[in-house]
Design a protein around this ligand. Structure first.
Ligand code: AMP
Length: 537
C-alpha cells in the first residue's frame, strides 16, 4: 500500500520560497571589492534572483544549461546560487586557484554557456577567455561604474545585466532529481571530475547539515563561511543558514586575511565560522601577535584536512571556543561526519575525550559508512581495524559528470581515505589511498609531479609524498632516484618544475635515494616512503 502524502519536490526553488516567507528580513553582510560592508536581506537577494533569471532567459538560457561562476563568497554569488538553480539552470562553481589548463578543461568539459567572474579575477579572464569557446557571454560581478577597461569581448557588468529586468519571475516547478549545481574536483590522474548535485541531494544535505550534532544552525546565529563557495558549496552553508533564518557573513576576497576576518567576526557578531585548518592557523597566530580576542564566536567547524591537536587545544583553552572537527568531500555535497560529543563521551577522562574530539566524528542519518580490506571484505567497527572508507547515501555521487561508468564499487563510493570506526561510530582517518596531497585545502596531484620529475634527463624514478606541514597541513616532498652517471642537485631539480606546474604545486624539498621501495605489484610503496621520510618533516 502506498502512502497518501503529497508529492512535494525538494528543490532549491522551494527553499527560496521558504526563506522568503519566513526569514526574508534576515541580513546578509558581504565584503566586496566595491564595498567593505555591503548589507542586504534574503528578501532583497531573492528579488534580484528574479531579475537575474529574467536576464538569463533573455540571453537564451534553457533547462540544464551550465552557468559558471569564478567568484568569492558574497551576495552576488549567492544570487547566482539561487537564481540559476531555481530557474532550471545548473550553477557551475569554479575554483579560480586551479591552473589555466585545468580551468580550460573544466569550462570546456562542462560546456558552460555563461561565465560570471569577480573583478579581481579579470586578469585571469583576460588570459583565458579565448580558450572558452562555449561561453557566449562574460559578466563581471560589479556595478556599471566599477567596470574596468577590458579586452574581453562584450564583457558586461552584473548590475547592468539585471538592471532593466522585472523583479518577479514565474519560477518553474522543477523535478527534484534535476541537476542544480556542478563542481569539479581533482582526480588522482588526468583531468578534474565533475560532481553533479541534484535539487534533492542539495536539500537533503541542507536539512541534515543544520542539525544540532552537525553544524547546528539556528535563526539567532551569525554564520561565517570562510570555506569558499567555489569549493564543495561552502559546505552547504549558503543553503543551511538561510533555511534556519541565520544571518550570513560573507568575507569576499578577504577569506585569507586574518586581520580582516577577526574584524569581521567581532564587528558582525559572528557565532559560528567554518574553514580549513590553514585559515584557522593564520588566525590563531594573528590573535596571539595582536592580543585580540574573538568576542562572539562560540564554535568553529574545522575540516577539509585533519585538524591539528594544538589548534583544538588553543581555541578551547585560550579562547573558550569549541572546535568541531568535520570530514567530507565534494562527492558528498560535502558533509560526511562531524565530531559532536555523545552521552558516552562525558564519561571519558580529559585526555581520552580530546583524543575522541580529534577524530573526524560521526556520520549523520543520510551517510552510511563501512570499512573494507583490500579484498572488499567488511572490517569490524572496533576502533582498531583500519580499512578503505566507503560511503553511500542520498547526497553521495554515484557517477561523475559525463563519465561512462559508475563511480561505485558494489553500490558504495570509495572515498580514497583510510580509516577506523569505533563502536560508538567515531571515525578516524589514518591515511589516504588516493595519490593526492592537500595543501591549504587545495589538491596537488603527486602523479603529475612525478611525471614532471621523471621527464628530467637525470631522473630514473621519482615519487612524491605528502609531508605534514604546520601551516599548509601537507606539502609535497619529492624523492628522486638518479640514472647512473647522472647528477643534478636539489635546487636545479626544483627549478625544472617552474612553468610546468602551478607555483604552489612545486615540491618544497627533494630527497635523493638509491632506489625506491616497491609493492608486490611493482608500484612504488608510498607507505614505506612515508615511514622512511617521516623524520624529514
Ligand atoms: P574535497 O573534495 O576537496 O573536499 O576533499 C575531500 C578529501 O579531503 C577527503 O576525502 C579527505 O581526504 C580530505 N579531508 C577532508 N576533511 C578531512 C579531515 N577532517 N581530516 C582529514 N582529511 C580530510
Amino acid at each position: 500500500m502506498k502512502g497518501l502524502m503529497m508529492d512535494y519536490s525538494l528543490t532549491v526553488t522551494s527553499l527560496m520560497r521558504h526563506v522568503e516567507a519566513q526569514h526574508g528580513g534576515s541580513e546578509v553582510y558581504s565584503l566586496t571589492v566595491e564595498n567593505p560592508a555591503h548589507r542586504t536581506t534574503y528578501a532583497e537577494i531573492f528579488r534580484r534572483c528574479a531579475k537575474l533569471a529574467n536576464a538569463l532567459r533573455r540571453l537564451g538560457l534553457t533547462e540544464g544549461d551550465r552557468v559558471a561562476t569564478m567568484a568569492w563568497n558574497d551576495y552576488r554569488h549567492m544570487e547566482l546560487y539561487y537564481g540559476i538553480s531555481s530557474m532550471g539552470g545548473v550553477l557551475h562553481t569554479i575554483n579560480p586557484r586551479l591552473f589555466p589548463e585545468q580551468l580550460q578543461y573544466i569550462v570546456n568539459h562542462a560546456e558552460d554557456r555563461f561565465l560570471f567572474s569577480d573583478p579581481l579575477l579579470l586578469p585571469l579572464l583576460e588570459k583565458l577567455h579565448g580558450a572558452f569557446p562555449t561561453v557566449e557571454a562574460h559578466v563581471l560581478l560589479c556595478s556599471r561604474e566599477a567596470m574596468p577597461d577590458s579586452s574581453v569581448p562584450g564583457l558586461i557588468s552584473y548590475e547592468e545585466l539585471i538592471e532593466g529586468e522585472s523583479d518577479s519571475y514565474d519560477w518553474p516547478d522543477l523535478d527534484e532529481n534535476l541537476a542544480s549545481s556542478l563542481c569539479y574536483t581533482s582526480g588522482t590522474t588526468g583531468n578534474p571530475k565533475g560532481v553533479l548535485f541534484s535539487h534533492r541531494s542539495t536539500i537533503l544535505h541542507t536539512y541534515a547539515s543544520g542539525l544540532a550534532d552537525l553544524i547546528s544552525i539556528n535563526s539567532t546565529d551569525s554564520v561565517l563561511p570562510v570555506v569558499p563557495m567555489f569549493h564543495a558549496n561552502a559546505w552547504g552553508v549558503v543553503y543551511s543558514a538561510p533555511m534556519a533564518g541565520a544571518r550570513l557573513v560573507l568575507p569576499g576576497p578577504k577569506a585569507g586575511d586574518p586581520e580582516a576576518l577577526v574584524a569581521m567576526m567581532n564587528g558582525e557578531r559572528v557565532s559560528k565560522a567554518l574553514g580549513v585548518p590553514t585559515v584557522w592557523l593564520g588566525l590563531l597566530q594573528y590573535l596571539e601577535a595582536s592580543g585580540k580576542k574573538l568576542e562572539t564566536v562560540t564554535s568553529l567547524v574545522v575540516g577539509g584536512a585533519a585538524c591539528p591537536r594544538s589548534m583544538m587545544v588553543d581555541f578551547a583553552e585560550r579562547h573558550g571556543i569549541h572546535v568541531y572537527h568535520a570530514w567530507g568531500m565534494t562527492e558528498m555535497s560535502p558533509l560526511g561526519s562531524v565530531n559532536a560529543p555523545k552521552v558516552t563521551t562525558a564519561g571519558l577522562d580529559p585526555a581520552a575525550r580530546l583524543e575522541q574530539q580529534l577524530s573526524q566524528g560521526r556520520a549523520p542519518y543520510g551517510v552510511e559508512m563501512r570499512l573494507v580490506d583490500d579484498d572488499g571484505d567488511e572490517l569490524p567497527r572496533d576502533g582498531k581495524a583500519v580499512g578503505r572508507l566507503q560511503v553511500r547515501g542520498p547526497w553521495v555521487a554515484n557517477r561523475y559528470y559525463r563519465a561512462e561508468e559508475s563511480a561505485l564499487e558494489d553500490g558504495w563510493f570509495d572515498t580514497g581515505d583510510v580509516a577506523s570506526i569505533d563502536s560508538e561510530g567515531f571515525m578516524r582517518i589514518t591515511d589516504r589511498t588516493k595519490d593526492l596531497i592537500k595543501s591549504g585545502g587545495e589538491w596537488i596531484s603527486s602523479i603529475e609531479l612525478e611525471d614532471v620529475a621523471m621527464a628530467h634527463p637525470a631522473v630514473a624514478e621519482a615519487a612524491v609524498i605528502a609531508m605534514p606541514h604546520e601551516r599548509w597541513s601537507e606539502r609535497p616532498l619529492l624523492i628522486a632516484c638518479l640514472k647512473e652517471g647522472e647528477s643534478v642537485d636539489a635546487d636545479a631539480l626544483l627549478a625544472w618544475f617552474e612553468g610546468k606546474v602551478a607555483k604552489w604545486w612545486i615540491p618544497d624539498a627533494v630527497q635523493f635515494a638509491d632506489e625506491l621501495p616497491h609493492t608486490a605489484t611493482g608500484k612504488v610503496s608510498k607507505l614505506k616512503l612515508r615511514e622512511r621520510f617521516a623524520a624529514a618533516a
